[in-house]
Design a protein around this ligand. Sequence first.
Ligand code: NAP
Length: 255
Amino acid sequence: MALLSGKTALVSGIANRWSIAYAIARAFHAHGANLILTYEGERTQPEVEKMAAECGGVATMCDVSTDESLAALRAFIDKRGVKLDALVHSIAFARKEELAGKFYATSRDGFALALGVSAYSLVALCRELAPVFAPNASVMTMTYLGSVRAVSNYNVMGVAKAALEASVRYLSVDLGESGIRVNAISAGPIKTASARAVSGFTSILGDVAAKSPLRRNAVADDVANAAVFLASDLSTAITGHVLYVDAGYNVVGIS
Ligand code: NAP
């Protein structure tokens, strides 16, 4: 059953074929959505344009760290004369050296950079794109357990994810007035370029596989299926929520 036919979705955060956002784009396409994909810069442009073509969609540039780039994205959507039924924010960045060792060693500008790109960008995207959201649109972002637990080496990104999840709650109230819902998916660890930047990431994967109720790691397609649900009319009364897609790892205490 196609859950997204007739819907237009913007999916950000595709760097390569391992990106969670790429799995989401493929699942949205399989469910009949029209896609707009965004890439951060020239480095990923050819690959993302190719992916967009495979999905019958279009691609455009958007670096969420500048207001000019967000305005250009809005102009791109306006020009196409479409409204967005779904927005996927799948973007994060922190300096590699701040994803290892002591959290208190985080620099002032490294802290601001991580929170700006990984959390504030959702706020800025929602503000800029609010006029092009369709009634009952669905906004979603990607978070991780490090927002609510101290996870080794996740450090400043855990603080950014806490800010991101709080932003989801405030945005759900702001945009709820217009019938728009805003949620987060808390994905289990998945081997991607961003994840590999976290020191000791492989041992996190092993811990989840050993201890999660389902005795496995979630994969990008698991996250993509949850994203389809959140973008679809099956989730019309769910907002301000963090949905864990982590094989249940978040519920386990001492094992
Ligand atoms: P990924 O493939 O590396 O995706 C991260 C994306 O963020 C990349 O496409 C990157 O673009 C983009 N990005 C960084 N700075 C940007 C900027 N200024 N403007 C626009 N885009 C920017 O890794 P991923 O694992 O799929 O990450 C997607 C999301 O899932 C992130 O929020 C991440 O924290 C979250 N998440 C991941 C996991 C996991 O274990 N993988 C678990 C839970 C949550 P470039 O590469 O072109 O810079």
